[in-house]
Ligand binder design. Sequence first.
Ligand code: ATP
Ligand code: MG
Length: 399
Amino acid sequence: MGKSSPQSFFFNCTLCGNNYELSLNEFIVKELPKLLDMDHNRLKESYKNGNLKFYNNKYVNALQFRKSLGKIEAGTMVCFDNEIHVIRGFPKIRRTLMLSKALEKHFNSEVAVEEKMNGYNVRITSLNGKIIAFTRGGYVCPYTTKKAPQIMDLNQFFEEHPDLVICGEMLGTENPYVSHYYPEIGKLGFRIFDIRKKLSNQPLSIKEKRSMLKNYDLPSVRLLGIYKLGDAPSNILELVKELGEDGREGVVIKDLEMQIPPLKYTASQAHDDELIYAFKYPFDLGKAFFFSRVIRESFQAHEMNESTEELGERAQRLGESILYPMLETIKHVAEHEVAGEDLVMDADTIEEAEDFVQHLRDLGVMAKVMEFNDGKAVIRRIHQSTTDKINNYINGGLY
Ligand code: ATP
Ligand code: MG
């Protein structure tokens, strides 16, 4: 991945229609600035310091934005495939801690409230008929690239709309990045939350998106309601309470025209679930997760105006989500020496599972294939700092 840089490649200029040969360097200083409407020095600089990187594998030859640059999001891919296809990164969704004032400040008269589903973000696109799925960071995910077209029929959609990108969440318990149970999903499923244009990243409005997904029989996230701004906070608080009690994550609040960036808001139980996960691997994830989840809980408790009893329950759950998983891991490491998590994924061959593990390693995740049987692979992800530190402390190491 990204090992070799081509000396030159054929370039079909969409602006002038001509075919010609260019070096990558020439492309970056001459064509890319026009394409992205960006100063050539900034692009050249990014390429030099590795934030803009040549990326190639059996799926695609591309330039990958490892970090955002001006208005170009991290994860943006400029793909070379006869023509150039720019698949922009999925924009960050900001969070509201208290709905009442934030919604009023941020949105116009009405908002759409969609369910926020807990899986992993992928962008699916067609490069001249080849359907490819990118992760948030702009890596081709071999697993999703294979699975997404099996879960839903994307051919007609992309035949008729080659200029669009499907943004959605891969979900379910046998999802190798984020395993979460949903009764309607089970082992593996997909829900679409945005349809965006290549190059501009312009999203379709809520109405256009929903009617298009309906026409092509593609699975959409749930639209929980459309509310007048004044009614939205109380309704969302109620919805999010119910979602949390059902083991679901929360909501994303969107402008009907998608002209204003969406906001997210999540359930107390979702915060605790993330703490449980983080404190299973305290020395790898604890610090990064801890503070922000406690902050979310505090503002939510304040806005929900909870009774002493409700507040007590919230506090109890919060404390248990930190202490219990960590204790469990200490006990586990004392007996088995390794803090790891096993995930199950579909794979036709052991090579396919190994390929996925290689993809994880490219992303900086330490993993190995533990078992392969009957089309299922068990992959163990190892949390090294947690393993090392706990082993040290239980053997008398000082803190
Ligand atoms: P971000 O940078 O977008 O905040 P994050 O890694 O912090 O990402 P989350 O807290 O899960 O992620 O929230 C944003 C993500 O929620 C989106 O990137 C998308 O993958 C996911 N998502 C789930 N449902 C929806 C939805 N209905 N609309 C938009 N995004 C959704
Ligand atoms: Mg998420």
